[in-house]
Design a protein around this ligand. Structure first.
Ligand code: AMP
Ligand code: ZN
Length: 143
């Protein structure tokens, strides 16, 4: 299994540095984020070092995502939240600070003040059709 000796999440996976681990199995480790956006904020990381979500195999991702319903139920029960956000930051520009894929599971309560300020745009002329075409071409090439 690939690991990076300098990676802080690899060190947590290997129990070389402490973390508040809530679940560990053959494919993932889930632990409390040390800087929680809300009480109970979890990080879920694959055991294998992988920098980006887009580098993960479908199998590796499936084994992590497959645990989300169970982890989500425990988060709702423990935090008393009414819902949660599931978030992956990929790339520095998106806010990724730790270069080992991690899923944030962030408890949400009414009026907690968290969340994005969405400013939805719109497509002009036939831009949506062009983008759809570009997506279909890219996806077909990546088959
Ligand atoms: P991101 O910005 O998506 O890369 O998120 C990295 C997250 O890792 C941040 O929310 C940090 O608070 C969290 N973090 C960094 N080091 C640790 C650590 N040793 N234990 C738990 N969480 C950590
Ligand atoms: Zn790592």
């Amino acid at each position: 299994m690939k690991r990076d000796a300098k990676c802080i999440f690899c060190k947590i996976v290997a129990e070389e540095i402490p973390a508040a681990v809530v679940l560990a199995d053959e494919s993932l480790v889930a632990f409390l984020d040390i800087g929680p956006l809300a009480e109970g904020h979890l990080l879920i990381v694959p055991r294998e070092h992988c920098e980006r979500l887009t580098d993960m195999s479908a199998e590796m991702l499936a084994s992590v995502v497959g645990k989300l319903p169970k982890l989500g139920r425990s988060l709702l029960a423990v935090s008393g939240a009414d819902g949660f956000n599931l978030l992956v930051n990929q790339g520095k520009v998106a806010g990724q600070e730790v270069p080992h894929v991690h899923l944030h599971l962030i408890p949400r309560k009414a009026g907690d003040g968290l969340g994005y300020r969405w400013h939805p745009g719109s497509y002009r002329d036939d831009r949506a059709r062009q983008l759809t075409e570009a997506y279909r071409t890219a996806l077909a090439k990546d088959a």
